[in-house]
Design a protein around this ligand. Structure first.
Ligand SMILES: [Fe+2]
Length: 214
């Protein structure tokens, strides 16, 4: 381990590890995910045939974001000891479009993008704060006339597509979640650090949608 990565204090939050968790991670709904169960089964059986991309924490993002802070982060991850064997699988294609359409409507989102993620047993999504680079880039390119404030209008929701299993955890700020059921949906404070880890024996699958509420 060559260096200590300093967490970027990008959120309007206290960053005091000893303070009790408060409202930084919110359970915002329980969605019916029955319509996504068949595709989840297929994603788990043949992830790469269905367009899943291995996303390695120490580099090689699924979508090139050309973002200096993400590139710097990848370099630090390599320094910390993350290797090409540390990854999750991301689906940025249309396989969960129907589910995304219902989520878009439920949460009044505009200009949304979405993905589905598999965290295999033994893998994690290391602690990070979202940069919204992709959203900002396509808004600038495709919708330059739309005025928005990232902190006020950007939304990101995470919905679990598999039930919790022993060994799995999900956190944001000082709050931790476990025992979720598929359909449980969460949001966290803007740019707040969050992560999940799978020390269990079953894969974790979740869906994330990002967009603007104007
Ligand atoms: Fe994130």
């Amino acid at each position: 381990m060559k260096s200590q990565y300093q967490i970027n204090h990008a959120a309007d939050w206290h960053y005091d590890k000893n303070r009790a968790p408060s409202t930084e991670l919110q359970h915002v709904g329980h969605i019916n995910v029955d319509s996504a169960q068949e595709i989840v089964k297929r994603m788990l059986a043949q992830p790469y045939d269905l367009g899943g991309i291995k996303r390695i924490h120490s580099g090689n993002p699924a979508i090139s974001v050309d973002n200096a802070s993400i590139n710097e982060r990848s370099r630090h991850m390599r320094d910390l000891g993350y290797t090409k064997d540390h990854y999750f699988i991301e689906f940025n294609n249309d396989i969960v479009d129907d589910f995304a359409a219902s989520m878009k409507q439920k949460y009044n989102l505009l200009y949304e993008h979405h993905c589905a993620i598999i965290i295999p047993p033994g893998q994690c999504m290391p602690v990070h704060g979202d940069t919204y680079s992709y959203l900002m880039r396509f808004m600038k390119r495709d919708n330059p006339e739309v005025k928005y404030d990232l902190k006020k209008n950007a939304r990101r929701y995470l919905t679990f597509l598999t039930d919790w299993d022993w060994g799995q955890s999900f956190g944001a700020g000082n709050a931790m979640q476990w025992q979720w059921e598929k359909g449980d949906t969460y949001a966290w404070d803007h740019k707040l650090i969050h992560w999940c880890s799978n020390a269990g024996l079953a894969p974790m699958v979740f869906f994330e949608i990002t967009g603007l509420e104007l």
